[in-house]
Write a protein that binds this ligand. Structure first.
Ligand code: C2E
Ligand code: CA
Ligand code: CA
Ligand code: CA
Length: 279
């Protein structure tokens, strides 16, 4: 791998023949990434389509390797999941996001909800609820300012158990959303029994909704479904004013995407929030 120098893309390309070896290399490097402080979070605003105000943000992980540069979470999160490293990484993510949320409150910024991604493997840990409660307590973030983004594939898991866990999470007061909604094999009847607050429409539908009617149909169906179940609905991957206008016209509640802002550093997010900038 050395002779590839600092070309991270080549090193970690999934198309390479020696895929397994590269996965192992990546896993070894990822193992030391937390201790060596190579991980950090960026924050992407979520804005309300009625008020135009920032209502929250999503914390997204970044990995900057000293030699290979930026490695995308699309590459290393699946490896973290397979290897079990996601537990340690997820713990770091939750703690860091909660500490950041607490720091923003202490700085007198308008209170907003911070969303953290929770992978299936994390969700199925026995001590998930206790872990979330413990982290909130340790960081001093009030539970209503934390949202957990769950993936739709949870619906393929043990329904009883997922229902119970979502209920317990509601009881400690955190918010729940279902990420990438529409891409999985959601059974709508189960969706009702999960104690979630928000459906997040997957960006693949949003990206193509103005050019392909099938995508618009799905976007409108998810908005209607969410509202009929008394859930909030947010569209991700909103890149243009036309996307925004269309979603506004069709009663989507919130948007997230490059149109308003890319994911940004904590200090930048604080300035944006402070400035009161609207959509
Ligand atoms: P996701 O949860 O669906 O996050 C949204 C992704 O879309 C992010 O990519 C974000 O940067 C990107 N995005 C936001 N707005 C736009 C837009 O307008 N256009 C386009 N083209 N893209 C946009 P990112 O940060 O590369 O993360 C990729 C995925 O990695 C995430 O997808 C999530 O599944 C996973 N991930 C990221 N951070 C974490 C984490 O802390 N824990 C876990 N378990 N997974 C994470
Ligand atoms: Ca997400
Ligand atoms: Ca998503
Ligand atoms: Ca996604």
């Amino acid at each position: 791998a050395k002779e590839l120098g600092n070309n991270a893309f080549q090193l970690f390309s999934p198309d390479m023949g020696q895929q397994t070896q590269h996965r192992v290399d990546l896993e070894i490097r990822l193992r030391s990434a937390i201790a060596e402080e190579q991980l950090y979070l960026v924050y992407q605003p979520k804005v309300n389509l009625t008020s135009g105000e920032i209502t929250g943000c999503e914390a997204l992980i970044r990995w900057k390797h000293p030699e290979f540069g930026m490695v995308s979470p699309m590459q290393f999160i699946p490896i973290a999941e397979d290897s079990g490293l996601i537990i340690a990484i997820g713990d770091w993510v939750l703690r860091t996001a909660c500490l950041q949320g607490r720091a923003w409150i202490d700085a007198g910024l308008p209170p907003i909800c911070i969303a953290v991604n929770i992978s299936v493997r994390q969700f199925l840990q026995q001590d998930l609820v206790a872990w979330v409660a413990r982290t909130l307590q340790a960081t001093g973030l009030p539970p209503e300012y934390l949202e957990l983004e769950l993936t739709e594939s949870l619906i393929a898991q043990d329904i009883e158990r997922v229902t119970q866990t979502t209920l317990q999470l509601k009881e400690i007061g955190v918010k729940l959303s279902i990420d990438d909604f529409g891409t999985g094999y959601s059974s709508l009847s189960y969706l009702r029994s999960f104690h979630v607050d928000t459906l997040k429409i997957d960006q693949s539908f949003v990206r193509n909704m103005l050019t392909e009617t099938e995508n618009a149909t799905i976007v409108l169906a998810v908005i209607a479904l969410a509202h009929s179940l008394k859930f909030k609905v947010i569209a991700e991957g909103v890149e243009t004013e036309q996307h925004c206008k269309y979603l506004q016209m069709h009663d989507c509640d919130e948007i997230q995407g490059y149109y308003f802002s890319k994911p940004i550093a904590a200090t930048e997010f604080a300035s944006l929030l402070q400035s009161g900038q609207k959509l």
